[in-house]
Write a protein that binds this ligand. Structure first.
Ligand code: F0G
Length: 458
């Protein structure tokens, strides 16, 4: 029997979900141009599209909402959030934003000029798009092990320090206005980054005078993996580990919709006072006054409470355990996944699952369609639909490392029986996998095409 970690909470409020018929699912999917982003959530049984903003808030968070201060300037709720961020992140300044990509947008606007290049282990798609929107170049320097879904490296999210040195020599420091690292590394499987690696990367950035920003969305899950896997950290608290990570950096972009356990919210932190001043100016222009960013006072309250709940070790142990349970079940059913499983999601290796579908015919897209048709489950393609692009200068086509379908687990939402249902559904799809065919793109916008693209089955 696979071990399932009993939930460290009990359920106080429920939300009904229902399963519509297979015929209905087929016709709705066709109407949505075979893009699962085009479906109504009501027509989905188990929604594993994302763990972002989809989790359940706690009774304490809901209670905090009622105590919020909605003042335009200097609200009590802002200071409560400032205290939590100051404590955990430790950077001198921050601005609240409506979500992570707004923080990325402000940072990109302030630092990136056309022709600049921004290194990371792997940028997430919104970060990539924000860099490209400034005519900058996002550069991914993950360790080679990241490209092998069967490699059990404990910190597969790491940035390759040697590649980073070579990259800086080749491109030149003057063209690199900032360097990043994403924890955990979402795009390649929710894989953790070790503190040793962050220390190395930080030293390189510091040596060259390059400001170092952490994409911190899932920093608490990352800290939990460090505690489990990195020697010397077994007896530290998750908070201490997180603080040690952030102390290596000059700032962070944060989507509160992940490890801050809220449905909306984010922030940008930094040590540089001048940058903070400029960020406030940008904020006023687009998001709102510096003490609320793009949020209501109640959102700031919920995030202040959520930041602490996200660091709770009993919660993190259940969270990572639930993801591990789903991963183990899929492996037992013969479904190839990225191993070891990450912190927030299981990533199915669609290329190995559907070897007869070429990359240009989108095996991940084909599998995400089948998941919905077979079980009313929504997962998301993280492969060539999301990440392949043609270099505007050379005309050369670039592919991502892998063709994946991500089953992201919303926080504190689904139970063991839901996970079993997902495993059974995929086992049924596996039985008829040879008959599944690829797709062609009928329409796509220039940036972030996966959200609104339309497809036709081949
Ligand atoms: N960075 C990472 C690593 C992310 O995973 C995300 C969002 C963002 C930045 C942007 O944050 O959505 O608040 O603007 N990831 C979601 C996902 C959308 O499904 O993985 P946001």
């Amino acid at each position: 029997m696979r071990p399932y970690p009993p939930e460290p909470f009990r359920i106080k409020t429920v939300e009904s979900i229902r399963q519509i018929s297979r015929e209905e699912r087929e016709s709705l999917l066709k109407a949505a141009g075979y893009n699962i982003f085009g479906l109504r959530s009501e027509d989905i049984y188990i929604d594993l599209l994302t763990d972002s903003g989809t989790g359940a808030m706690s009774d304490r968070q809901w209670a905090a909402l009622m105590q919020a201060d909605e003042a335009y300037a200097g609200a009590r709720s802002y200071y409560k959030l400032a205290e939590a961020i100051g404590n955990i992140f430790g950077h001198k300044f921050f601005v609240p934003t409506h979500q992570g990509r707004a923080a990325e947008h402000i940072l990109s606007t302030l630092l990136i000029k056309p022709g600049n290049a921004i290194p990371s282990n792997t940028h997430f798609d919104t970060t990539e798009a924000n860099i490209r929107a400034r005519d900058g170049k996002p550069v991914n320097l993950a360790i080679d092990e990241a490209a092998d879904p069967t490699n059990h490296h404990p910190f597969k999210g790491n940035l390759d320090a040697e590649k980073l040195e070579v990259f800086i020599q080749e491109v030149g420091v003057e063209k690199i206005p900032l360097g990043m690292i994403t924890i955990t590394n979402n795009a390649i499987g929710g894989q953790p980054v070790s503190l040793e690696n962050m220390r190395q990367v930080s030293e390189i950035y510091r040596y060259h005078g390059i400001p170092f920003f952490i994409d911190a969305c899932r920093y608490a899950e990352n800290a939990y993996f460090i505690k489990q896997r990195e020697s010397g950290y077994e007896n530290k608290t998750i908070l201490e580990i997180a603080q040690e990570c952030f102390a290596l950096s000059d700032g962070a972009t944060m989507s509160g919709k992940k490890d801050a356990m809220v449905n909306i919210g984010g922030f940008l932190t930094m040590n540089n006072e001048d940058l903070h001043q400029q960020a406030c100016n940008e904020l006023v222009l687009r998001e709102g006054f510096p003490t609320y960013g793009g949020l209501a006072g109640r959102d700031l309250e919920a995030m202040a409470v959520g930041l602490w709940e996200g660091l709770d070790e009993a919660y993190l142990s259940y969270r990572v355990g639930q993801v591990g349970y789903l991963a183990q079940g899929l492996l037992e059913a013969g479904i190839p996944i990225v191993e070891p499983p990450g912190g927030h999601a299981v990533y199915i290796d669609a290329q190995r699952f559907l070897p007869h579908i070429q990359r240009d015919e989108f095996p991940g897209q084909a599998l995400s369609v089948e998941l919905y048709v077979e079980g009313g489950i929504r997962g998301v393609e993280l492969g060539s639909v999301s990440f392949a692009y043609t270099d505007p200068e050379t005309g050369e086509k670039h592919y991502p490392l892998m063709e994946l379908v991500r089953l992201a687990i919303p926080r504190r939402m689904y139970t063991q029986a839901h996970m079993d249902f997902v495993i059974e559904t995929l086992a049924r799809i596996a039985e008829r996998r040879e008959s599944i065919r690829g797709y062609r793109i009928a329409y796509a916008p220039r940036l972030l095409r996966h959200f609104t693209a339309k497809f036709e089955p081949l």
